[in-house]
Design a protein around this ligand. Structure first.
Ligand code: AHG
Ligand code: MN
Ligand code: MN
Length: 348
């Protein structure tokens, strides 16, 4: 047999860095039984994110601005981009064959995977476009998602019970922010990792490895226009947080009206974001399954806390057992010390 010479390839990531898909793939190799399904699902979600972001950046040019004149299942006005983003996600993900059912803010019932596609072992829930009120003013918006294992058995499509799982059962969650740059942030429970989109290459590249939320921040983020509707405890918390006391400075207020943008800042800089219950909305505004829960999973994975404030212990968001696809929950989320401070006022 002829003598063989082998060259060895270079070590480390590609010249440009690690892509989102490479990162998920590397993380999945740690699990001996991994089939590549989760990596495949992420590929479909990131494809959808690229299509949505390309459309978002053209929103002022294309005929996609404005209202469709219809209302979604929450009774809110729907912008055309909400529907577009929803359809893009559904189409990209269903043909990938990695999920058996999906839940979307824009669709009243669970979205079963039709028989022409393979039914996979995962359940995907998402807010296709978060902060859609910001579209017309060119401010940041986003997409939020969570992934669970299927709980129903058999080869058919999944069902509502597959969607009604607590945050404790989340396999992976993430968000995409369409901002001054576009970023994809995800966690499989093992660290929170951020990827910035390079438009020249068309890929998300690792830019924020192992994001950690500071133990305490100096910012609070809440729609204070609701002050008159809040319970006394919530009012007293906000009064306290913005009043200097001894060495403690007043917190700064930042609120853009898209939780993706407000929580992206909170993850990086620390502080607290809240959407409390109020006299009109006993459970606040935000939806558990595709807004609060995925962010609770991410913020806890980054070292922070997320509670609904309904008990002295806090009422951990990830412990809530959902009963409805579109159920709402009050939310206090962010740096551990800031959430603990809020709880001293609002809990119970
Ligand atoms: P969406 O655009 O998906 O309906 O979500 C908007 C949400 C959330 O992102 C944001 O923090 C909150 O609504 C803002 O509500 P207010 O306008 O009541 O402050
Ligand atoms: Mn939303
Ligand atoms: Mn939305």
């Amino acid at each position: 047999m002829a003598e063989q010479h082998l060259s060895v390839g270079p070590r480390g990531p590609s010249y440009h860095g690690t892509t989102l898909e490479q990162h998920v793939q590397i993380a999945q190799r740690k699990y001996p039984g991994a089939t590549g399904d989760l990596t495949g699902l992420f590929a479909q979600i990131s494809l959808a994110a690229k299509i949505i972001s390309s459309q978002v950046s053209k929103a002022g040019l294309a005929n996609v601005l404005g209202l469709t004149g219809t209302t979604n299942v929450q009774g809110e006005e729907v912008k055309k981009l909400d529907i577009f983003a929803n359809e893009v996600l559904v189409r990209c993900v269903q043909q990938g064959g990695h999920v058996c059912v999906m839940g979307s803010e824009e669709v009243a019932d669970p979205i079963a995977i039709s028989p022409e596609f393979p039914r996979g072992k995962y359940v995907l829930q998402f807010d296709p476009l978060d902060g859609s009120g910001n579209i017309d003013i060119n401010a940041s918006i986003g997409t939020i998602f969570s992934i669970h294992h299927r709980t129903s058995t058999g080869p058919g499509a999944g069902n509502l019970n597959d969607c009604l799982q607590s945050g404790n059962a989340i396999v992976a969650a993430g968000y995409v922010i369409y901002g001054s740059s576009n970023m994809f942030v995800y966690s499989c429970g093992d660290g929170v990792h951020g990827f910035t989109f390079d438009p020249a290459i068309g890929e998300f590249f690792l830019s924020h490895e192992n994001m950690q939320i500071p133990e305490r921040g100096d910012t609070y983020s809440v729609n204070e226009g609701n002050y008159h509707k809040w319970a006394g405890g919530v009012q007293r918390w906000v009064d306290w947080v913005k009043k200097p006391e001894g060495d403690r400075k007043a917190y700064r207020l930042r609120y853009i009206g898209a939780m993706v943008a407000d929580l992206h800042r909170t993850l990086l800089r620390g502080g607290i974001f809240a959407y409390p219950a109020d006299a009109k909305n006993a459970s606040g505004k935000l939806r558990l399954l595709y807004e609060a829960s995925p962010f609770a999973f991410l913020v806890e994975a980054a070292g922070g806390a997320a509670v609904d404030g309904t008990s002295a212990e806090g009422g951990r968001i990830l412990d809530i057992e959902p009963t409805k696809l579109h159920q709402r929950t009050p939310l206090y989320i962010g740096s551990k010390a800031d959430v603990a401070d809020a709880l001293r006022f609002v809990a119970g």
